[in-house]
Write a new protein. Structure first.
Length: 134
């Protein structure tokens, strides 16, 4: 999990990105599981071979790093190493088919996911040599 790896990154460690300028879609595991359960309960409505489960809200990795830096109150870019500035790679869910099968409630935003993960990892953050933002 990218979030947890960056949250748990010690100040003297480096995290290497292969596709730093990529666009991704992040979904909280609870949102994913509840969506999967809804799909299983509505399996008769499914006429597709493939369904994407995601928020449908893309975010650039550099923007995610910026949000995480703000949430953690420390600069993560100092701990980022970029291996190769490859062509922009987009990987986020088109959830149009999903919307045709089940009613989607609001998924947790990236900010909400960050806050939950930071709270859950507060003991790791404290031990890593920097103060918790909470």
């Amino acid at each position: 999990n990218l979030f947890l790896k960056l949250i748990r990154l010690k100040p003297d460690e480096k995290f290497i990105f292969q596709q730093f300028n990529a666009i991704r879609d992040f979904i909280f595991i609870d949102d994913f599981i509840s969506t999967l359960i809804k799909l299983l309960l509505n399996y008769k409505k499914i006429s597709y071979d493939t369904l994407n489960i995601g928020t449908g809200v893309p975010i650039l990795i550099p923007h995610l790093i910026e949000l995480m830096s703000q949430a953690l109150k420390r600069e993560l870019m100092d701990s980022i190493a970029i291996n190769n500035m490859v062509k922009l790679n987009s990987s986020y869910a088109s959830i149009n088919r999903l919307k045709n099968i089940i009613h989607l409630k609001g998924f947790k935003s990236v900010d909400e996911i960050l806050n939950l993960l930071i709270k859950e990892n507060d003991n790791v953050i404290g031990r890593a040599g920097f103060s918790s933002p909470l």
